[in-house]
Write a protein that binds this ligand. Structure first.
Ligand SMILES: *Cc1c(COP(=O)(O)O)cnc(C)c1O
Length: 363
């Protein structure tokens, strides 16, 4: 009998790798990581010219040199993603649902009139970069390697039109557990983050620039962050701007559904899936400010938190709405938030079962 021969189709694209000869790792103080200010040795880089993506490469992390007319600076065609790699005590490294981030990158790209990227290549780029700088991943509890893929327009031209050239980069930052304590949030009734038909569902740089001023005003009033409401009536709860929001009242877990104006967060979706696995009644629906206020007045909001990659869960201690502050009970006494936070942190580190196949083993 002839032996069967299997041909493996190799779809992986070759990434050119130039390693640093001058690692900065020994200078890193893992005990005092400054969030978002420490950058690992390497970065991924790929240029879009002549109507296609050119050779993907990993190079030593370095400054860029740009022409002052480069169109991203003037007109803001720029998008990004944010995700994390985690390492456990056995040295295993995992990503959490990376295919969600690479798919969302293309959703953002389309809205900002930028070229799409092959999702397998983008995922492979993230994996290779994380592998190469594996030693930059902090191991202590709650720490991780933050991964920042981004793309921007590079035409050297100050006419307004979609750029014909782009640069896609990925760098990584070792970060400690992100927990700055429970947050005081204010329900925004005047300014708007995002509007139907706008760019709110994209991780487009300009969305964050436009949110800074209203957030600063709220900070001057003693709040940490805003809860945005819809642009037309300021009547419906949307999200917190870098986090989705989730509320628990008894056995019901309510979270405004992602839409044109609400970014579809990976953390939110994962938290709600777990809630439903655990028998909570999960409601993905419109949630009015009025309904929230009535529940707060009746002391029926048992938990409220932001959900996003940076903090996973950011408990809310106070909700300010039209000159009244509603205080919630302490995070430590909550039923759901602390449990889901611990569970997701364990999942991300390969420390518990993963029935939904959410984690991806890098090495
Ligand atoms: C990134 C982001 C989130 C959270 O998304 P995750 O995928 O959970 O990190 C929520 N809202 C906005 C506007 C965001 O940019």
């Amino acid at each position: 009998m002839p032996k069967r021969i299997f041909f493996m189709i190799v779809t992986e694209q070759m990434i050119e790798i130039t390693k640093t000869t001058n690692s900065r790792l020994t200078e890193l103080d893992f005990d005092n990581l400054r969030f978002g200010r420490e950058f690992s040795d390497h970065m991924f880089e790929m240029d879009y010219t002549d109507g296609k993506w050119q050779t993907p490469r990993i190079v030593p992390f370095a400054n860029l040199s740009l022409n002052p007319a480069v169109s991203v600076i003037h007109y803001g065609q720029s998008i990004f993603e944010g995700m994390k790699a985690n390492k456990n005590k056995d040295g295993e490294v995992y990503l959490f649902r990376p295919e969600k981030n690479v798919a969302r990158f293309n959703v953002s790209a389309e809205r900002m009139c930028m070229p799409e990227v092959d999702e397998d290549l983008l995922k492979q780029a993230i994996v290779e970069l994380v592998k190469l700088d594996e030693n930059w991943i902090p191991e202590r509890d709650g720490s991780s390697l933050y991964i920042r893929p981004f793309m921007f327009a590079t035409d050297e031209y100050i006419g307004i039109q979609p750029s014909s050239t782009y640069k896609l980069l990925i760098f990584t930052c070792p970060v400690n557990a992100y927990y700055a304590g429970a947050v005081r949030v204010k329900i925004e009734e005047k300014y708007t983050r995002s509007v139907e038909g706008g760019t709110g569902y994209a991780k487009a740089a300009g969305n964050y620039a436009a949110a800074l001023y209203p957030a600063k005003l709220a900070q001057e009033e003693g709040y940490h962050q805003l809860i945005w409401t819809d642009a037309k009536e300021h009547k419906w709860i949307e999200e917190s701007g870098t986090m989705n929001v989730i509320f628990r009242t008894g056995n019901d877990i309510i979270s405004p559904k992602p839409s044109d104006t609400i970014l579809d967060g990976v953390t939110r979706e994962s938290v709600l899936q777990l809630a439903s696995d655990w028998g909570y009644n999960v409601e993905h629906r419109r949630f009015s400010v009025d309904e929230l206020r009535q529940l707060l007045e009746a002391n029926k909001i048992d938990e409220a938190f932001g959900a996003g990659t940076a903090a996973t869960i950011a408990p809310i201690s106070t909700i300010g709405y039209s000159d009244h502050d509603f205080d919630l009970t302490e995070f430590g006494s909550w039923d759901f938030g602390p449990k889901v936070l611990a569970h997701i942190e364990n999942l991300k580190r390969g420390l518990c079962d993963d029935p939904h196949n959410w984690r991806f083993r890098v090495c």
